[in-house]
Design a protein. Structure first.
Length: 400
């Protein structure tokens, strides 16, 4: 490189340093309130709110819902008094609540009672009470969240059978419920009783499509939480209409092809002893068929796995005939689960949340255009057949 070129390179580098701007408008994390969980419940003003309102601290609003913001408190010499802020001794989080009719305004109201503004960049989960979604649509409740650029679209959306506040509470010292709930949701690869996680971005897509959809349900008892079944939302209204229990969610996972891992338990003849099959792989194919105005579907399901538990041993030897009989029995158990969830979809709630419409749209787009507007009702009258085959590859570490 010539001397002139070298000097020009150095000069250009210096100019870039001069014109490169830093984060002049940034705020230090210690000066912000980082919230990791958000809960939405039916309106119920806290004692703090009632007392403040009596003192003239109210503002014009309707009490449509109560928002719970789960904050991870700062650590250091400036740490706030957690007990006064709403956290019990040993808790690693604060749950603060405000009631109103605008989530955006509620977030701004927190600026009147906290020295640090809220920041949503680290929001992990949004929990909505299913009772609240009977009254208001998810589209209404989450409108601000979907518009706010500060909130990550990867935030998970869950539904609580009880209150969202209960789901965002914990008696376990050091546990942050928002992190705990996100961790349990990630276990969907271990059990087909857990709905595949629905992020804010996925939920927005589902609502925009107009199709009915599911959200993971949370039960709470004695301060502990459990994922159990799923809540059903009508595509037209985006409101709660019903639930699937754990067995029905298992049956649905076989139809959608999401039965990646998990257990299938049955009771083998002639003694009714417990036998358990572990899913190692599965695949399904939905075939739509159209003849004139008549639509039908056939679903082929195949799975490979292993026999992980057999309470008949050693009375009944694991012969090929015995194993083949168990394959048929496990397949029948899966069919029962499928029939149970199909009955809920077609007869009880008259919704389609298993992906049949998507398959029809791909293979018969012209037919889909005719039926998509009233697809849920149309699907309730459509015959669906199933073919389920299981293959037990081995019996675990058994030396039989």
């Amino acid at each position: 490189m010539s001397r002139v070129k070298k000097q020009l390179t150095i000069l250009l580098a210096l100019l870039l340093l001069v014109f490169t701007s830093g984060c002049w408008s940034s705020k230090e994390i210690e000066d912000l309130s980082v919230y990791v969980g958000l809960g939405l419940d039916l309106a119920e003003e806290s004692k703090f709110e009632k007392s403040i309102n009596e003192q003239g601290g109210h503002y014009p609003k309707n009490n449509n819902f109560t928002a719970t913001v789960q904050i991870v408190p700062r650590i250091g010499p400036k740490q706030e008094n957690q007990k006064n802020a709403g956290a019990s001794e040993g808790q690693a989080f604060l749950n603060e609540r405000l009631t109103g009719d605008s989530l955006f305004q509620i977030f701004r109201q927190f600026a009147l009672r906290r020295d640090r503004p809220l920041i949503g960049h680290h929001l992990k989960v949004i929990v909505v009470s299913h009772e609240l979604t009977k009254k208001y649509s998810l589209e209404q409740l989450l409108d601000f969240i979907l518009r706010d650029n500060d909130i990550r679209p990867s935030s998970l959306v869950l539904v609580s059978h009880g209150t969202a506040l209960e789901a965002l509470s914990s008696k376990e010292p050091g546990e942050i419920p928002a992190f705990y709930l996100k961790g349990v949701a990630a276990n969907s690869y271990r059990s087909n009783k857990i709905l595949h996680p629905v992020s804010l971005a996925k939920l927005d897509g589902k609502m925009q499509s107009g199709a009915s959809f599911l959200l993971q349900n949370i039960l709470t008892a004695e301060g502990e939480h459990k994922f159990s079944g799923a809540e059903i939302y009508k595509g037209e209204t985006k409101k709660w209409i019903g639930s699937f229990n754990q067995i029905e969610l298992e049956g649905l996972s076989w139809i959608t092809g999401e039965a990646e891992e998990g257990a299938v338990k049955s009771y083998a003849e002639p003694m009714g002893h417990t036998v358990t099959y572990e899913i190692k792989s599965s695949k399904r194919k939905i075939t739509p068929m159209v003849q004139g105005d008549n639509i039908s579907f056939h679903v082929k399901i195949e799975s490979e796995g292993q026999l992980m538990e057999d309470w008949s041993s050693p009375e009944i030897p694991s012969t090929d005939k015995y194993i083949h009989g168990l394959e048929i029995q496990f397949a029948d158990t899966i069919k029962e689960q499928i029939n149970q969830v199909m009955s809920k979809m077609q007869k009880t709630y008259r919704v389609e949340v298993a992906g049949f419409g998507e398959e029809l749209q791909i293979k018969y787009p012209k037919v889909w255009k005719k039926v998509k507007k009233n697809w849920d009702e149309t699907f309730s009258q459509i015959p669906v057949t199933f073919d389920v085959k299981l293959n037990i590859k081995d019996s675990g570490s058994s030396t039989d």
